[in-house]
Write a protein that binds this ligand. Structure first.
Ligand code: ADP
Length: 400
């Protein structure tokens, strides 16, 4: 049985195809991306167990984009399926499901309405996710379509963690509250950490740090999310690639006044021109900044120090929320691949029982993904995330 996983953005569709065997084992057999949808020239990139395909072509919309996905998947030579109906389930990553959907669901009219409803809180993501869903339903009409929400894992947050201290009427009127994101990733790495440590997740307190271009921290108590750093939108919390994370809300007011900016312009500035890009004044690519950091470039040093300090502060806060922690997990682009960032974050935390082993930290895989020192009370793990695999598994469950 084949399961297709789709991550649909405003101008791109990322996809992976999985083969689910009788035994229940799921294997990735192809993946790719259709990029620059709606532009003059679009780009299709595909790789599979039978070979790679790349070409430029004009792709007008998501439906056309998905017909290219089907075209490469059924390619005579390099394809992995013969007919579209071999795909029995399509799993969709959806960013915002609000507080209404707490589990992966088969997409019906109601689910589409919920995605639409929360579009105003995730204007960059939800409309694009919906475009992908509607196009996929046309291209794969016989498949079961399942939505897996980034917010779902966080629907267990207690009231004291999800309410903001603004007039309560805005919570009732607009559902202004903390939702949290990256839930699929936080859940996956927390479960993996429990497996690696050989303990049931129901007995563990874990802090998961998803550090990608977007970044968030979650406190996972006995398998449930009880606190997380992103809020109503993915703008809150950590310093990110281009997002500011936490700031004094009054800064918004003063930027409007002093710089004569509109509210839309300030919102854009906080989302797209801030974070490590804003602090360094050069780039949001952490690989480049890392090189510059080691060369002693003050712009990179400044950005890294603020970045790491913010994560450290959240870890400390979440240790208080959890009344101690058994394991800290790093994942996503930066979390998985930047030893220096992990080192800066966890430096000088030995009084809290956290000690990194510098050698292990340089090569987590070699040491079974555990990078803390033997005498560290708190285990530190580096775990590659795999949101697509979770989506594939959840979709498979609902196709039977
Ligand atoms: P997204 O949030 O877009 O899914 P990823 O999880 O793929 O992002 O992470 C992207 C980030 O990871 C980028 O900022 C990139 O610079 C960073 N990154 C990727 N590889 C490395 C590396 N080897 N060292 C440091 N940072 C890296």
């Amino acid at each position: 049985m084949k399961i297709l996983v789709i991550n649909s953005g405003s101008s791109s569709i990322k996809f992976r195809l999985y083969d689910a065997e009788e035994s229940g084992e799921i294997k990735e057999i192809a993946k790719g991306i259709v990029e620059r949808i709606g532009e003059e020239i679009s780009y299709v990139k595909y790789s599979s167990i039978n070979g790679d395909i790349r070409y430029d072509v004009k792709v007008r919309d998501h439906e056309e984009g998905l017909s290219h996905v089907l075209k490469v998947l059924t390619d005579k030579e390099k394809g992995v399926i013969k007919y579209p109906d071999e795909i029995v389930g399509v799993g969709h990553r959806v960013v915002h499901g609000g507080d209404e959907i707490s589990k992966p669901v088969v997409i019906d009219e109601h689910v589409e309405k919920v995605i639409e409803k929360f579009s105003r809180m995730a204007p960059l993501h939800n409309p694009a996710n919906l475009l992908g869903i509607r196009a996929a339903k046309k291209v794969f009409p016989k498949a079961v379509h399942v939505a897996v929400f980034d917010t779902a894992f966080h629907t267990t947050l207690p009231e004291e963690a999800y309410l903001y201290a603004i007039p309560y009427e805005y919570y009732k009127k607009y559902r202004v509250r903390r939702y949290g994101f990256h839930g699929t990733s936080h859940m996956y790495v927390a479960q993996k950490a429990a497996e690696i440590l050989g303990k049931p997740i129901e007995e563990l307190k874990i802090i998961t740090c998803h550090l990608g271009n977007g970044a968030s921290v979650t406190a996972v108590k006995y398998g449930k999310s009880v606190e997380t750093s992103m809020g109503l939108t993915p703008l809150e919390g950590l310093v990110m690639g281009t997002r500011s994370g936490d700031i004094d809300p009054a800064i918004f007011y003063f930027l409007v006044k002093w710089e004569n900016l509109s509210v839309d312009e300030v919102y854009d500035l906080l989302n797209k021109k801030s974070g490590v890009l804003g602090l360094s004044g050069t780039t949001n690519d952490m690989r480049i900044l890392e090189e510059e950091y080691f060369k002693g470039n003050p712009n990179a040093i400044r950005a890294f120090k603020v970045y790491a300090h913010r994560v450290k502060k959240y870890i400390g806060a979440y240790m208080a929320v959890l009344n101690g922690v058994d394991a800290i997990v790093f994942t996503a682009g930066v979390g998985e691949r930047s030893p220096i960032i992990r080192e800066l974050i966890l430096s000088d935390m030995d009084n809290l029982g956290i000690k990194l082993d510098k050698e292990r930290n340089k090569n987590p895989k070699k040491y079974g993904w555990i990078v803390s020192a033997d005498d560290s009370k708190v285990k530190v793990l580096v775990i590659p995330t795999n949101e697509e695999l979770v989506i594939a598994r959840e979709t498979l469950k609902r196709t039977k």
